[in-house]
Design a binder for this molecule. Structure first.
Ligand SMILES: Cc1ncc(COP(=O)(O)O)c(C=O)c1O
Length: 398
């Protein structure tokens, strides 16, 4: 297309309100370097390095062989919706019904649909910072306004009901929680989470709890807001098989919410993606109802990797790093390097780390903070060591 024809395309306001995902941009730039034959250590990608467990893969193969390859009900098969509800009830003491569960094409699709059905033009959504990149853009796409809330880095990015309450206005529609958090790895205590949900309930505000990393909680208090049954009236839980069972490419997520919300999400889904892939639904039933040991095994590995990367980062003079309590990200503060070697921001630093040291990280700006970079430690010990060594050398020479 010529420049003239590109300019002639009048895109909608809603598409112009959002930006491409910052994490995807890093992945693309790192790929470009790799294509030039450069050996890049990848701390950018937000996905498990483990393979999907064999029994789950076998269920998908059996589904293909058994010709389970047609459309299913839009919200997923009854078998899958029941499996989602059952798993959540067993693990988190929730009590949802099939009509309150919907399977979607990844957790992101479930989040997108839930926000589209809950947030209207001019509604305010309280979004704790640092936030996962897509929350802000999904809210904006729906016409909502994000009201950002800085969490307390000195207390491991803590978030309390009192902090949130100060931002509530008559326009507040929704509070988004994400514990364990991408990108900080922070985990809200069950007490803090309960207080937020209680406060929201008393004020008639919705809570969306993104629990995509709920099984990757390294404290001894794994917790879902789903256990707070008395507050479920205005609560949406979003979950995903992506991280829990190392299934990012399969695209299977879900939401648990009041039946009216689920049915509105189903309506939207019926006019967009329709059902999640039939074969993946069969694999998901096996993941949710089959042996769960794989989760504990991966969790154990992540804890070792976390300890290793945080120790390595803290050993680099100038880096400060809170101890992440969940997910698979470290979120070090790198502001001590600003003003050195022409680096003025986290974006500058991440750019230089990629181009000069060949280590891919994600700059904090995409997550709403200016002093950090995100490091995904879902990789091997060997890769962690290679990347840490490159960072140590590069930062030491600034
Ligand atoms: C906080 C958070 N929520 C949701 C998602 C979406 O995951 P998926 O769409 O793969 O289920 C991600 C993925 O990185 C995430 O980090």
């Amino acid at each position: 297309m010529t420049t003239a024809t590109v300019e002639a395309v009048k895109l909608t306001d809603r598409i112009n309100r959002i930006e491409p995902s910052a994490t995807m941009a890093v992945v693309a730039e790192a790929d470009k370097l790799r294509q030039q034959g450069i050996d890049v250590v990848d701390f950018g990608a937000g996905e498990p390095h483990f393979a999907t467990p064999a029994h789950i893969k076998e269920a998908a193969i059996a589904a293909i062989q058994g010709n389970f390859t047609k459309y299913t009900a839009v919200a997923g098969t009854a078998e899958l919706r029941d499996a989602i509800v059952h798993r959540h009830a067993v693990d988190f003491d929730s009590d949802y019904r099939r009509e309150e569960a919907i399977a979607s094409t990844g957790g992101k699709n479930a989040l997108f649909n839930a926000i589209q059905v809950l947030v209207d033009h001019g509604d305010e959504v309280i979004l704790p910072v640092p936030y996962w990149v897509s929350f802000k853009d999904i809210v904006r796409y729906a016409g909502g306004n994000c009201v950002l809330l800085q969490s307390d880095e000195s207390q491991g990015f803590r978030l309390t009901a009192r902090m949130i309450e100060r931002l509530v206005t008559p326009r507040t529609k929704l509070i988004i929680l994400n514990s364990p958090s991408n990108p900080s790895g922070a985990v809200m205590t069950p007490d803090d989470m309960t207080e937020v949900v209680r406060m929201a309930h008393e004020r008639g505000i919705w809570v969306m709890s993104d629990e995509c990393y709920v099984y990757l909680n390294y404290t001894d208090k794994r917790f879902s807001t789903g256990s707070l049954r008395e507050f479920r009236e205005r609560m949406v839980i979003v979950g995903s098989l992506s991280k829990t069972y190392a299934m990012t490419g399969w695209r299977l997520g879900y939401a648990l919410a009041p039946a009216t919300v689920v049915s509105a999400m189903q309506k939207l889904q019926s006019q967009s993606t329709s059902n999640p892939t039939s074969i993946v639904q069969k694999a998901a039933v096996t993941a949710l109802t089959g042996p769960q040991e794989c989760i504990a095994e991966m969790r154990g590995e992540y804890i070792k990797l976390r300890d290793h990367v945080v120790n390595g980062l803290r050993a680099i003079p100038g880096i400060q790093c809170t101890m992440p309590q969940g997910a698979f990200y470290a979120y070090p503060n790198v502001s001590a390097f600003f003003g050195r070697g022409g680096i003025r921001s986290a974006s500058d630093l991440a750019g230089r780390l990629l181009r000069d040291a060949h280590v891919a990280t994600v700059p904090g700006e995409g997550f709403g903070t200016t002093d950090h970079i995100r490091i995904s430690y879902a990789t091997s010990m060997k890769e962690l060591d290679r990347g840490l060594e490159r960072m140590r050398k590069f930062l030491g020479a600034l």
